[in-house]
Design a protein around this ligand. Sequence first.
Ligand code: ZN
Ligand code: ZN
Length: 325
Amino acid sequence: MKEIIAKTALIAPAVPPLYLSARFVRGRQRAEAVWQASQYPKLGDIGQVKHLSILPLIDWYTADPELEGEPGVSYLIRADDRTILFDLGLNRRQEHPSPLLRNMARLGVSFDEIDMIFISHAHLDHIGGRRNMAEGVFAPSAGYVNLRQMPAYVPTPLVNPTATPIVLEGPTVLAPGVASMGPIPRQLFFLGWTLEQSLAIHVEGKGIVVIVGCGHPTLQKILARQAMLFDAPLYGIIGGLHYPVTGSRSVRHGIPRQQVFGTGLWPWQRISQTDVHRAIALLYARDPQVVALSPHDSCDWSLAAFRTAFGKKYRDILVGRAIEI
Ligand SMILES: [Zn+2]
Ligand SMILES: [Zn+2]
C-alpha cells in the first residue's frame, strides 16, 4: 500500500488539470487542420552540394571521454563551403562557457567559421536551456558570445542580441542545396503548441539528407513533407525522432522526462515498441542509405532496434565524430 501511495505521489504532477486537457484536445485538432492545409508545391531545383558532413557538438553519447554529453542537440553541418550550426544544446546548469562552447573548443570549432544558425524548435534542449525557453531567447552559452549578426532561421519568434533571427513560416531555400522543410505543428500536453522545422540538404548524385531536432511532428509527417517538397529521393535521416520506450535520459522529481514530455500523447500514455517497429517499417520503405537516431530523446532499446533494422546504413551519433555523407 505504501508503495502504491508513493507511486501515486510520483505521477501526481502528471495528473492533468482540466485546462491542460482542453488545450491538448483543441491543439491536436488545430495541428491536424494546419497539417492538412499545408500543401506546398515542390521546391524545384534548390541546387546541390558535393560534400556534406555532420559533426555532433552536443548529444547524449560522446566519441571521447574528454567531450561532454547532455540530453540536447547541437550539430555542426558543413555543406560545401557553407557551415550551419543546427541547434544550441541544453546547457542544463546554465554555465558559461557552456558544454557546447567547451566541446567546440576541444574540437577546434570556432564561431568565426559558422555562417548561419538553424533552430529546429524552441525547446530548452535545443536553444540553450530552461531560462532561454522561458524568455524566448536562443543562446549557445549563459554568457556573452558574439554571433556577428549572422542569420538565425527560427520556426517561432526568438531573439538573440548578436544574431539576426528570421522566422520561417514555410519551406525556404537558405543556400544552394540547403532548405528548411518549414515548420510542422504538434500539440504537446505540457509543452503546448510546438512548431518544429527540419533541414534538408540535397547532396549531388545521392539525394536529400534530412536533419531533425526532436522529431515532435512525427517521422510520418516529416517523411511526407520531404516527399511533398522534393523529387529527389530521401538519402539519409539524421537526428532526434523521440522514441523513448524503455527509459528516459533524464528523470526529475520521479518523472521520466522524455517518456512523459514531448511525446504528443496523454501523460499516462507511452510510446511503445510497436510504434518504433512501425516507424522503422515506414522508413525502411523509403530505402535511406544513412540513418542515425539521436540518443538525446530516444532510449537505447530504440537505438538498437534502428541499428538492427538498418545494419551498415546505421550510424551512431557521437559528439566529436563527424558523419560524412
Ligand atoms: Zn523538443
Ligand atoms: Zn530534443
